[in-house]
Design a protein around this ligand. Sequence first.
Ligand SMILES: Cc1cc2nc3c(=O)[nH]c(=O)nc-3n(C[C@H](O)[C@H](O)[C@H](O)COP(=O)(O)O)c2cc1C
Length: 394
Amino acid sequence: MKIKEHLYSVGVQNPTLRVFDIIMATKYGTTYGSYLVMGDDKKALIEGSHSGFEEIWFNNIEEVTPLDSIDYLVINHTEPDHSFAVAAFLEKNPNVTVIGSVAAINNLKAITNKDFQSQVVKGEDSLDLGGRSLVFKTSPNVHWPDTMITYCPELKALFPCDFLGAHFCEPTERLETCRKKELYDIEFANYYWSIMGPFPAAVRNALAYVDSLDVDVVCPSHGPTFSEPYLTEAKDKYREWSAEPKADRKKSVSIFYVSAYGFTRQMSDYLAKKLEEKGLDVFIADIIKHDEAALLPHLSADALVFGSPTINRAALKPVWDLISSIDAVNAKGKPFATIGDYGWTGEACDQLNDRLTGIKMKQAGESVKHRFTPTDDTYKELDRLADDLAAALA
Ligand SMILES: Cc1cc2nc3c(=O)[nH]c(=O)nc-3n(C[C@H](O)[C@H](O)[C@H](O)COP(=O)(O)O)c2cc1C
């Protein structure tokens, strides 16, 4: 598909994908963005594709130009959803020069197990294609160590890799013609919190770079391409989500629970009330009543509380699932607490404590477990836990 003169989208749509990388739900599928920049002298293909999609990718490219006419293959990062198909591309075009950061070229050798011509770029190196050029900006940790952002100043086209992307398969490939922008917005947020959330400082650096560019069209590695006003909207969201916490803000606690008969809910509600009385900013949610995307931002609170009854000698699956989305890089040392009702064996809290200390979070107070209907003693224990959490955040 032609985006504008000299610029084509040749990526692959995967509308039926429902889980990405095992961990991430993709309700509306995804795309593996790949773009052709046609210079007067040289042609560059930006980004690869996933395994199993080689033929579709090649067909899309060949609608514009023969595979072996491409001079450069730019790999913004080597996550396999963008690099697995590169091995097959190298078979078709062994003379192509692969361009990437030093880490990307190293990774790609290990991913393809092939020799290929390569050019390492660093800082803000550029490449002249004749009439069009590419500027590369190494941008580690948005979200892989090898990530870089590519920009074509003459076309005002930005190829930001996974940055500003979303798992969203829009058939028209343009956000401007997307019929369900409100669903894209949810997936855009979900993508940020799942993929970029662990790296707020790197996000701020990449935002500063993108702010310095004159951009007409954004060509991400996942999701539809877009222009203004959506670029400003996307940057503003990233700016808000990656902002450094204000020094004078209230400390925050998120309480996530599930409850079959309402006992763990009663305990959670009481704890929330007590923490609010202590001046803390409290978010509380019954996990199964919310989309995970709505809960993910609240995992970045200053302290986390998980509530789970014991069923079949275990904490409940929605709680484990949410815990698996905690950004373990930034959660190190973060206070946590667990509470839960039970009937006879009551293992849930201890299991959750093991998991949370395993990712280096710090238990703020002894768990509050209660057998069946909460009593005055349960609420006294919850008063004590509120004190412990407040002390851990002081
Ligand atoms: C299917 C099922 C299995 C259960 N298994 C256990 C168990 O293995 N150990 C235990 O202590 N309680 C078990 N319970 C009891 C619950 O933990 C108990 O009813 C508790 O009060 C539920 O709290 P909630 O209202 O917060 O969900 C089980 C309950 C159900 C319905």
